[in-house]
Design a protein around this ligand. Sequence first.
Ligand code: HEC
Ligand code: HEC
Length: 293
Amino acid sequence: MTKPERDPYTGLMTTGHEWNGIKELKTPIPRPVKFFLALTILVSVLFWVLFPTWPYGSGYTKGILNIDQRQLVAEDLSRSAALRASWEEKFSTTDLAALEADADAMTFVRSHGARLFKDNCAACHGTDAAGGPGFPSLVDDQWLWGGESETILETLKVGINTRHEDTRNAEMLAFGDQGLLDADQIRALTSYVVSLSRADELSEKSVAQLPQGKELFAENCASCHGETGKGLRDVGAPNLTDDYWIYGGDVDTIRATLRHGRKGVMPFWDQRLNEADLRLLTLYVRDIGAQTK
Ligand code: HEC
Ligand code: HEC
């Protein structure tokens, strides 16, 4: 330690600290730094005064603005619960047909239903509900079980091929794997199924198989798909005469369907979504179908 003295080069005083002849200048803190330091102190004091900050034994300082985040969240929650209760009541008790005729209700269906659909259904049926291989489109007017609102609601509640005690059951038998039909018969039936929707595509050889295919169809398939192949909604058997296919209408896919069978699973929702949500989704599914038809 030496006595502070004025440094002849910079004109500043030294601190009096010295190491091996090197002396430390007493450089003042730059003004901007001082300014910001003062500002942060000011802001923090302001913060203490305005908002809840300091804990003490049995509580904390509340601040003069009296803002309480916990209370704000609680208010938010009760506001949205009230909002939900207002439509939940309406959607779980009003007749579906009446709701469908109610423009305000349907506006709500289009916004809230779209959200519910994205969260719960889009993974399988697609965000546009147009389906994909194995997952039926919900926007056409081809229904496995029916497009009436009560039917759709029931499908949503119990699912298809699920563990639900009232599940809808829909099974296309594995005719090939179970030895019910041989390869020849399956070939003839495949040609026949193709002929139901696209007869012009068949080769001469396939056309020759049609009488056999027709007979086999009447014996093995008509009980579920109907005599003309237009499907039966009671058993969820699809129409085979249109150009819409769940699994695919090309020869290879039809043959695979006949050999190995099909048993698509649609989950049941009555334990995951409440009545209002299910009815809202039913209306949503009918609405998107009506708009894209
Ligand atoms: C895990 C995939 C999956 C999810 C998730 C799913 N579905 Fe399905 N859904 C299917 C399958 C597969 C079928 C057809 C079952 C069959 O092949 O018989 C189906 C059938 C349907 C049908 C019957 C269609 C008809 O033609 O009769 C409706 C309606 C339906 N789904 C609506 C919904 C709605 C609404 C949701 C959301 C709450 C949903 N699905 C969620 C897989 C799913
Ligand atoms: C026990 C009833 C039943 C019988 C019998 C039956 N089917 Fe099916 N079939 C179904 C059901 C249900 C589906 C839909 C399965 C699914 O969606 O998972 C289906 C689906 C199909 C499909 C797929 C359609 C698509 O859109 O991809 C074809 C093709 C088909 N059946 C042809 C036949 C032929 C040909 C026979 C006769 C050999 C036959 N089925 C007999 C119930 C039956």
